[in-house]
Design a protein around this ligand. Sequence first.
Ligand code: C2E
Ligand code: CA
Ligand code: CA
Length: 568
Amino acid sequence: MEKDSVMLIVDDVEMNRAILTQFFKNDYVIVEAANGQEALTVISQQTVDLILLDLVMPVMDGFELLKVLKKTEKFAEIPVIVMTARNEGESEVRAVELGAADFITKPYNPAIVRMRVRNVMARMENEWRKIEAAAQRRQITEMRHFIERDTLTGIYNRETFYTKAATLVQNNADVPYHIIYLDISCFKIINDLFHIETGNLVLRTAAAYFQTLVEGNGLCGRMESDHFALCLPMERVNMDMIMQGLDNAVQSLSICHNILFYAGVYPVDNVFQPIDQMCDRAHTALNTIKGKYTTRFVYYDESMREMILDEQMILREMEYALEEKQFCLYMQPIYSISQHKAICAEALVRWIHPLKGLIAPGRFIPVFERNGFIVRLDRFVWESACQVLRAQKDTGAAVVPISVNVSRLNFYNFDFLDTIMGLLAQYDLEPWMLKLEITESAYTDNPHQLLAVMRQFQEHGIKIFMDDFGSGYSSLNMLKTVPVDILKVDMSFVQNVENSDRAGSIMKNIVQMAHDIDTGIVIEGVETKPQVDFLQNIGCDNIQGYYFSKPLPVKQFHALLAREQGVK
Ligand code: C2E
Ligand code: CA
Ligand code: CA
């Protein structure tokens, strides 16, 4: 024991104090008090580590002092050893009830007194150690919580999810697990439309739902903003139920906005594959369905990876490709059966990639429509089409008009009309030479805006095709209000037209209807002689398709026109 521990001896009999002092003077700094009151004065003035307390004293006896000590927070922890006479059994019990740590019986046996004091002090030290250890543990738990958890939702953060999920799947290698990656569509809108707190509430609600979902058999974590991940044994994964439960939880918040979660699921097949890769794959799967209203979750398969890599290549290289003129036009004639010649041609873009060769528009147009780059590409195509027209005009022969595809995004640009009219002026062309193809589904987007712009074009003498007619949901109804000049019937209608009564009858009626409402009509995707014959028989003259010509490089197209005009 270090000598700087302080022992307070409280006894009204000086002799007793002297004896005890003798016992402990080598181990303790001794202070003395003759009654409870004096003892209180001492302990309020200096630190005391241990009190030896006589019970029977004048002014304030030992019981009174014990009561005061235990009531006063500052003093409550000081161990008190009570000194009693041999026949004071009752008093000992009472003293212990009042919080005394132990008692010593008079007359004092030095060995026993020392031992008791040592025991009490050791016990106290032990208690302190325990308290300190508990505090340390609490601190560590709090720290760990802070480091491991996402501060907004309280569930694991990304790093922790990765490590814990890796341990979970590796320690249970015989259990098949699934990694599920979830994301809210257009979460930004929720933050913009409402308060950021509303967005946070949605995230916390979703997190709480995930937490109950994985309780006891899996893990969940917040990856970033509105992205979450779950790791669950396969047998616990019922995606319909999971998504339904999530919808219910979020709908219970009564936010007036359609909040839709999407999920990608990656079935773990190699437990040693890094979890972040598994999450990436689940995320990749999710990205293939984002924006679709009917599909809310999808399982990962290898082809998706190819698709995403392809898309990344497209996004990385598009600007450079446009600058470097890797995009070029192919022309596909629209043919008049009765006149045996091209009466128009559609400009179709191709990407001639220096390493990958020719890339069809089906691969890159949807990507550009998602990121807006299509507006720039379309402009490049329109200008190129004008150059082709200019070249035709320069030969002095009759110009065959060209139709260009117009992505719906152009309708949101106020200078759309000016751009087209500007190009016509720049290349000294007439409005009838350039036609616009607007895909049927664009008409459902924002009909008012679209109609207004369409009318302006028509007033300027530019004709409009409704492309892919019949492929959407409301084609017929739309015809009542949309003043298109020519219907371009989707290529699915021409299939089987020559050998199926039903297909034939439908085609016949479409052609009849176009005549009735005084609209031009072109049938796309005509590939065989029987189809041509059928169409001719029902009075349909204009066709486009491989039967007559595939899309041709511009040079070949010019050659074809030259041949035809020479023939004429
Ligand atoms: P679309 O406008 O419906 O173009 C017709 C597509 O059908 C073309 O495919 C054409 O090559 C193909 N085709 C023509 N005749 C036949 C046939 O007899 N049989 C079959 N099976 N197919 C035929 P392509 O060139 O691959 O274009 C695909 C789509 O890409 C186009 O569909 C159009 O929506 C879009 N696209 C092409 N160029 C442009 C462009 O410059 N701008 C925009 N916005 N979209 C474009
Ligand atoms: Ca088209
Ligand atoms: Ca089409």
